[in-house]
Structure formats: structure tokens, C-alpha cells
Design a protein around this ligand. Structure first.
Ligand code: URA
Length: 241
């Protein structure tokens, strides 16, 4: 197949392909590509040293920094998608659910709309674990309040897990929810009299935030992580063991 055809299958127009080849960004095997018309096997093509994503779905995790919006675009602020390199931006990845601008930690981004939908749908009850730092001393009574379901002005939250990690003038706890309404964790802590100081998401279902990722960094999910997410949302079509 022609090299520009292979690049177009990965989302690049013919003129973009020519410009990338001219700048030496495209290799075929170990050698720099010579022309847009050269004959290639798509699996041998590399752009900036990486193989191209053709039609397969892409699954990433990002360690979202504070100040970044969980959206594909925003008029004035950086978004989780704008932090990705161009080759991922053109794959039209979308974030799975939202974190508030000041909340940090695990965000999944994928082209797989069906999986994304199920991970945020209350029906599949995907667990999300957060590390919360709040004002005041958390007690066993607060753990019970979360387990019973905190009453908010417009709804009662589903029972949630709370594990207190430190309790003093400020406290730290891991909380686990199976729903994700607007500002939910902040509202639940405010409702039990412990306003949040900071919030970080650590886990979605079986996928934990990779601690080696600096704020703003991302990596592809492993095959095991993708399979785990697909199993928990009844989308796994491989061999059942
Ligand atoms: N709960 C919140 O209050 N904010 C988030 O971003 C996520 C959960």
C-alpha cells in the first residue's frame, strides 16, 4: 500500500502526510520514509518513533493535574485532551466521566464510547475510589453516615465506603462510590460537617492510578486493565475462564 494511504488510515490527510515525511517524522522499518508514494506494509510505519493506531480502539489513563478541565475542548483552560500529543488528539479520544477542575488523579480517555458509557452509568455500579483530605476529625460515626447513604438537598447518596487513614485537625480518608453526580464527594463531606481540602481519584473499577505518572502524564492501559474494565461492564468477548 502507498505510504500516504497508510497514514490516511491513521487519520492524516495526504498533505499532512507529505509534510510529516518532508520533516523526517515518518520511518518505514528503520529507515526514514522517502516519499508519500512508496510501497509499505502499514505495520512497518512509525510516526515520531511510534507505530500508528489504525482502526483499533485506544485506551489511556492520565494523572490529571489541578487547573485542567476534564473535557475535549475549552475556550480558555487546558483540557485533558489538549495535554495529549497530536497523534492521540486526532483519534478523538473522550474522557470517561468528569473530575472537577481542582480535583486531581485518574482520568480514563478512550475512543470506545460503549465502554465509557457503561463506566459512568449508575447501572453498572463501577466503583470509583478517591483520596480525600478534609477539615476536622473524621470518626467512626462519619464512616457509618457514608455507609448509610448521606442525604443531600436533592437526593440521598448511595451507600459509600470510607476508610479513615489519618484523623486530626485535618483528616485523610479513602472513599469509594458507585455513582458520580455533580460535586458528589465534596457535597457528601460538606453534609457531614467536614469540608474538603483536596480530592484525588485513585481508582476506577479494576484500574488504579499509576503512581509513576507525573501530573499531566499519561500511558496506555495494559491489555489486562482493558479486559478487566470490559469484564466488569459485560463487554468482554474473549475466552471465559
Ligand atoms: N466528586 C467531586 O466532588 N468532584 C469530583 O471531581 C469527583 C467526585
Amino acid at each position: 500500500m502507498r505510504l500516504d494511504r497508510a497514514l490516511s488510515l491513521a487519520g492524516y490527510s495526504r498533505s499532512e502526510a507529505r509534510a510529516m515525511i518532508a520533516r523526517g517524522r515518518v520511518c518505514v522499518g528503520d529507515a526514514a520514509a522517502r516519499s508519500a508514494g512508496m510501497d509499505v506494509r502499514p505495520e512497518d510505519v512509525r510516526l515520531d518513533g511510534e507505530s500508528l493506531d489504525y482502526e483499533t480502539e485506544v485506551y489511556l489513563m492520565m494523572n490529571k493535574p489541578a487547573g485542567v478541565v476534564t473535557a475535549t475542548e475549552d475556550k480558555s483552560l487546558p483540557t485533558v485532551v489538549s495535554l495529549l500529543p497530536e497523534r492521540y488528539q486526532r483519534r478523538r479520544l473522550g474522557p470517561v466521566g468528569r473530575l472537577d477542575r481542582d480535583v486531581t488523579g485518574l482520568v480514563l480517555l478512550t475512543t470506545d464510547g460503549q465502554l465509557a458509557h457503561r463506566l459512568i452509568s449508575p447501572k453498572w455500579k463501577a466503583e470509583k475510589r478517591y483520596r480525600a483530605t478534609c477539615e476536622g476529625t473524621l470518626t467512626d460515626g462519619d464512616v457509618r453516615a457514608f455507609a448509610d447513604g448521606v442525604a443531600l438537598s436533592d437526593f440521598t447518596a448511595r451507600p459509600a465506603g470510607m476508610e479513615i487513614l489519618a484523623a486530626g485537625e485535618t483528616s485523610v480518608a479513602d472513599v469509594t462510590l458507585t455513582e458520580g453526580k455533580f460535586h458528589q464527594v465534596k457535597r457528601m463531606f460538606a453534609a457531614i460537617g467536614h469540608p474538603l481540602i483536596s480530592l484525588q481519584r485513585l481508582q476506577i473499577g479494576c484500574v488504579e492510578l499509576d503512581e509513576t505518572l507525573a501530573p499531566g502524564a499519561f500511558r496506555r492501559l495494559t491489555a489486562a486493565e482493558i479486559e478487566g474494565l470490559r469484564r466488569m461492564t459485560d463487554l468482554f468477548e474473549g475466552e471465559r475462564t
